[in-house]
Design a protein around this ligand. Sequence first.
Ligand code: NAD
Ligand code: ZN
Ligand code: ZN
Length: 345
Amino acid sequence: MPKTMHVAAVEHYGKPLVLQEWKIPQPGPGQILIKTEACGVCHTDLHAAKGDWTIKAKLPFIPGHEAIGRVVAIGAGVKAVKEGDRVGVPWLHSACGHCEHCLAAWETVCAEAEFGGYTKNGGFAEYLIADPNYVAHIPANLDPKLAGPLICAGITTYKGIKETKARAGEWVVISGAGGLGHLGIQYAKVMGFQVCAVDIDDEKLAHAKTLGADLTVNMKNPGAVEEVVKGTNGGAHGVLITAPSLPAYKQGVAMTRKRGTCVLVGLPPGDFPLPAFDVATNCITVRGSFVGTRGDMAETLDFGARGLVKADIELQPLSAINTIFDRLEHGKIASRVVIDFSNAA
Ligand code: NAD
Ligand code: ZN
Ligand code: ZN
């Protein structure tokens, strides 16, 4: 095995990532080493690199939390996986396993959780360390490049849609038809919902139609919220906001049907005003949702393995990371970019 690996690291917030050679880490007791095959690029990686949130990653760090690869070395005591297994290293890198949230299978909100590509180095690297108890197990018939986006964009939207508590046949709005949203539309369709996709980009909306959206609305149109409310006969039973945009949050609450639920998953920095009177008098639930648990992960991947959802991917080399980030920031990526490591040494 080589001694060093190519990585793209954040050295300063808001500055281009630097392409460097780092020593390949060795797995300690209870850890595993993964050789990366593919890693999706999520808008969260961009927030992380810009230092957008109040809790920041310690510099320098390697982003990337849609990493898929093979286990190439295992530390002492590891039983959950073996060398050669194909696994995914998601945002939920590890959790304590014994707090009240872990015991309730809500490990995503464990206070001791570590985050892949944030508090732990991630998949914008040829190798990475993972916790075998929290990796995703990639079904044999799923291409690693297609699996990448499922372990963040897929699980987050699948779980978020479940959290709307809407029932099959009802209306679900997916706000933001980008990396998360293009998968959210597909999950919502296979879960039996009527789907309205909203975005601010006509090309993304045209694509949403091809993915099965029953109704699409450009939120830049005057009267867009009213158009959604009319098109869904009174507002959507469930609204999932993936857009990294505070105006989208406000619009999302306004599109929610009386007694419906608006789920927030986009992570724009800042606050947005909730219309207290409308939320109270219409008995609307506004709820946050954060990636998904290991149980959600297995379900998420199963939809992919059965060919019911499929990420639309554009392959790029690791060296293109700064151009990818620039395009992501300006809404110029059709769905998801996946870094392809298959030709890497
Ligand atoms: P993306 O850039 O691929 O997609 C965002 C989409 O939102 C784009 O299509 C954009 O045109 C659209 N948009 C922008 N403003 C809008 C508006 N006002 N109304 C409707 N659409 C609008 O980003 P992504 O990778 O899909 O990530 C989206 C967000 O979700 C990011 O903030 C990311 O950090 C967050 N995220 C959260 C979780 C979680 O667990 N809560 C998990 C993954 C990602
Ligand atoms: Zn993500
Ligand atoms: Zn815990």
